[in-house]
Ligand binder design. Structure first.
Ligand code: SF4
Ligand code: SF4
Length: 245
């Protein structure tokens, strides 16, 4: 983000966006396939990008976060291409997580605010490149209503103040539509008022969707696929089964 959000505006966002995404500790389900680290808390997979005023706020509240130092060519490229108002940061790791000092990106993952071609914010899209690793993306039925409400309110608050972030998310939604058309598969969304929606490839028409339309990916397709993946990776099976209603 690069716009007009001040550190105190991020504090307001943090105060209002505290709901847990679901009643599950989903890191327990993806971490056996990632060396014991939740995938979204590992900069080898996801580098948290924040607006500089957001880092200002965090620095004043905690020593959990530091500036991220790229470790390979790909990460160097990501950091080099950031807008000057943004920066890449890294926390001390999941064992040291401080719930109140999570970034907006931490609170929202794996979702982003989805905009139609006409510019309407209709729901929560997913960061689709994580579908093979993120358990939650195969289990969107567990997302709590309160989380959806707070997510939408938080982003609307940001968009009212930061037009560049609004443009970035509209662009991201357009990229998602291009990817959906390429694969000829609909985009599945959580509607801003709950329920599910699907955005059809090519036409971008938005239709209601049902739980049966949700897709399971990779190791989360079946208990057998999960057990096999954990065994091949050399991880430890979680105590609670990742296959939930
Ligand atoms: S949101 Fe996805 S990647 Fe992050 S901890 Fe949960 S299952 Fe893992
Ligand atoms: S602050 Fe917590 S949620 Fe955010 S990346 Fe670190 S461990 Fe994960």
């Amino acid at each position: 983000m690069t716009g007009d959000m001040r550190p105190e505006d991020f504090k307001t966002v943090y105060d209002r966006f505290q709901a847990s995404v679901s009643r599950f500790d989903c890191g327990r389900f993806c971490s056996p396939l990632n060396g014991g680290q939740p995938v979204c808390c590992d900069t080898a997979h996801a580098i948290p990008i924040v607006d500089k005023p957001e880092f200002e706020l965090l620095k004043g509240r905690t020593d959990l976060w530091h500036k991220y130092k790229p470790t390979d060519a790909n990460a160097r490229k990501i950091v080099a291409e950031l807008h000057k108002g943004c920066m890449a940061i890294e926390c001390k790791g999941a064992r040291f997580c401080e719930r109140d000092n999570r970034t907006l990106a931490c609170r929202a993952f794996p979702f982003y605010p989805y905009f139609t071609k006409q510019g309407e914010l209709i729901g929560l899209g997913t960061y689709w490149t994580f579908a093979d690793r993120c358990w939650l993306m195969s289990n969107m039925q567990v997302v709590e209503r309160q989380f959806i409400k707070e997510f939408i309110a938080a982003y609307e608050y940001v968009f009212e103040r930061d037009p560049e972030e609004l443009t970035a998310m509209k662009k991201h939604s357009a990229n998602h539509r291009r990817q959906s058309t390429r694969l000829n598969k609909p985009i599945l969304l959580i509607g801003r008022k709950g329920g599910f929606l699907k955005v059809m490839p090519k036409t971008a028409e938005v239709r209601p969707a049902a739980e049966k339309d949700l897709v399971k990916y990779g190791p989360y397709k079946s208990p057998r696929a999960y057990a096999k993946a954990v065994k091949e990776y050399g991880g430890e099976m979680p105590k609670q089964s990742p296959f939930v209603d």
